[in-house]
Each structure stands twice: as structure tokens, then as C-alpha cells.
Design a binder for this molecule. Structure first.
Ligand SMILES: Cc1cc2nc3c(=O)[nH]c(=O)nc-3n(C[C@H](O)[C@H](O)[C@H](O)COP(=O)(O)O)c2cc1C
Length: 227
């Protein structure tokens, strides 16, 4: 499964089978975590066989079951952290999907206190991503129309927009976002440039980072640049 197939196939899954992640899959995830940390100066950690962070009433109420494996997205506490975690986390989510794992981004319905991730001085735990073999396929969810998520130059119709922009928008619309709010907007600047920005909402910057990654996969990085 390539990244585009993984992106189309992925849905949030909150209940997992009671089985350990295969060793080869663990190793592939660890290697990509190390690469993301090097590339972005993050401190992402793969936490395995740890049931406590999702062993709370809140997590069970949120329909989480058997969550024992997750990524803890930690990094320097700065205004850039949410976007970086969104972008690099989505790369890890798509890798996990292509390796047969399901996932769910979780900012609220887990216990930060019980999470054993190492958070150094000046660092922050931004979000976690639950991982595992899904107990059942995730449900399809609604999405805003791409016309609502994207903006074109005045007078241009969607049929006249460059093919890369339309492909990018379809992929961005499939990005997981907090409470499915899709708090990002993408603007076509010219034939080879687009711009993405968060709108309002507590996790808008993270949503925009996730959507930015998906957009690049859909559009093809060779087809355009960010303005
Ligand atoms: C930044 C972020 C935070 C999220 N936090 C939670 C959460 O605390 N609890 C939860 O059940 N789902 C959470 N989600 C999952 C979203 O509800 C889910 O991605 C969204 O409804 C879209 O559905 P899909 O992922 O199946 O496409 C979060 C997603 C994102 C991107």
C-alpha cells in the first residue's frame, strides 16, 4: 500500500485487538520515528505495551478499548509545535496504515498524567496517536466539500483549477482533524503555488499540519510549492 492508498483507506479506529504489534512493524515505526525526530527536532516516542494512559473512565467513555500502543508526540514548546506534530505525525500514521495498523489521533480522551513519555525541560506532549490491529474497520465520516476547504483566484472555477490542486484538495479533505472540524483552508495562489492556513479552533494548527501532509501526497510534491 503506498501513501496515497493508505491515506484513502485510513479511518480512525479506537478499539484494538489484544495482540502485540509485530516486531518487524515495531522496527519500521521506530526507524521512521527516529527520521522524523532528526528532520524536525522533535522527541516523538513509540510507547508499547502500556495500558494505563488509555485505562481511564474518560478513554472508555470515548470508546477506546485495548489501547496499549501509541505514539507520544513530544517536542519543544513553541508556537510551531502543533503544526510540526500534525505534519510529521501524519507521515507516521500513513506508514502505520500501510503496515496494517489502525490509528486514532487523541488530544483529549486519554490521561496525560499516566502517560510515561519522556517530556524534557522546555518540551510539551502535544498529542498521542493510538496504534494497533483494529478490532473492526473504522466508520466513514462526513467531510466538507472541497469548495469549502479551498479557495481559488477570483473568477476561476474548480474545473479550471490545476489538476495537482484538485488532487491535493481531495487528499486534504481526507485528513483526520480534531472533532472532524477540518479547521484549515488551502488557497491556490498561481499555477504552481498554494498556501495553507489554520482557521479558528483549539487544534487548528495541528489540523493544518496534518492536511498539509495529505495535500502534498495527493498533489505530488514535484507538481507545486507552498507559497
Ligand atoms: C488533533 C486531533 C485530536 C483528536 N483528539 C481526539 C480525542 O481526544 N478523542 C477522540 O476520540 N478522537 C480524537 N481525534 C480523532 C478525530 O475525532 C477524527 O480524526 C475525526 O473525527 C475524523 O475522522 P477520521 O479520522 O475517521 O477521518 C482527534 C483528531 C485530531 C486530528
Amino acid at each position: 500500500m503506498d501513501e496515497l492508498e493508505a491515506l484513502r483507506h485510513r479511518r480512525s479506529v479506537r478499539a484494538f485487538e489484544d495482540r502485540a504489534i509485530r516486531t518487524d512493524v515495531q522496527n519500521a515505526l521506530r526507524a521512521e520515528v527516529a527520521a522524523r525526530n532528526d528532520a524536525a527536532g522533535l522527541h516523538i516516542q513509540l510507547i508499547l505495551n502500556e495500558p494505563r494512559a488509555f485505562g481511564t473512565f474518560l478513554a472508555r467513555y470515548g470508546k477506546f478499548a485495548n489501547v496499549r500502543n501509541y505514539l507520544a508526540l513530544v517536542g519543544p514548546a513553541s508556537p510551531m509545535l502543533a503544526d510540526a506534530c500534525g505534519y510529521h505525525g501524519e507521515r507516521l500514521v500513513l506508514l502505520a496504515e500501510s503496515l496494517g495498523l489502525s490509528s486514532c489521533w487523541v488530544a483529549g480522551t486519554f490521561s496525560r498524567r499516566r502517560c510515561p513519555a519522556e517530556v524534557g525541560p522546555g518540551e510539551k506532549l502535544a498529542v498521542v496517536i493510538a496504534l494497533g490491529y483494529g478490532a473492526a474497520p473504522g466508520a466513514r465520516r462526513s467531510t466538507r466539500a472541497v469548495e469549502q476547504l479551498g479557495a481559488l483566484p477570483a473568477g476561476m472555477g474548480w474545473d479550471d483549477a490545476p489538476a495537482w490542486f484538485r488532487r491535493g484538495m481531495e487528499a486534504a479533505a481526507l485528513a483526520p482533524t480534531a472533532m472532524n472540524q477540518q479547521n484549515f483552508r488551502v488557497t491556490l495562489v498561481d499555477d504552481t503555488h498554494a498556501r495553507i492556513a489554520p482557521t479558528a479552533g483549539p487544534y487548528a494548527a495541528m489540523d493544518a499540519g496534518i492536511a498539509r501532509y495529505n495535500f502534498e501526497v495527493g498533489a505530488g510534491r514535484e507538481s507545486f510549492s507552498w507559497a
